[in-house]
Write a protein of this length. Structure first.
Length: 125
């Protein structure tokens, strides 16, 4: 990505660094992450905005954050969302807000061979 486009705050999927995480929060499998906006850009009211691609069978079990809320938004694929001990089916266009201290997670265990993509946004306390 050239410097002029970067200064305009335009982000290209292929230009973002892919971070591969194994067994996120004690879960199973691999999640590939790309952070479009990192911690505290220009004082915006959130900590991070990223795209996560859960590989087939990957899980992020219920967990919580003491210092931030998190919003999950499913872009593609079908899975199971978790929030405060409840499990529910999720698919493209579905989202849920997890307030500070609330348990939440997401499971890509419903469709064999599928990649489940979701956006996560962390909001400051």
């Amino acid at each position: 990505m050239n410097d002029q486009i970067r200064r305009m705050n335009v982000f290209s999927y292929n230009d973002l660094q892919e971070i591969v995480k194994q067994n996120v929060r004690g879960g199973e499998g691999e999640v590939r992450c790309r952070d479009y906006i990192g911690a505290d850009p220009d004082g915006l009211p959130f900590n991070a905005f990223g795209l996560n691609e859960m590989q087939p069978g990957a899980t992020i079990p219920e967990h919580c954050h003491a210092d931030s809320a998190e919003f999950y938004f499913v872009v593609s694929g079908k899975g199971i969302g978790c929030h405060k001990g409840r499990r529910f089916a999720v698919g493209p266009g579905d989202g849920w807000l997890c307030r500070i201290g609330e348990t939440h997670g997401i499971l890509n265990t419903e469709v064999p061979g599928q990649v489940l993509s979701f956006v996560s946004v962390f909001f400051k306390k």
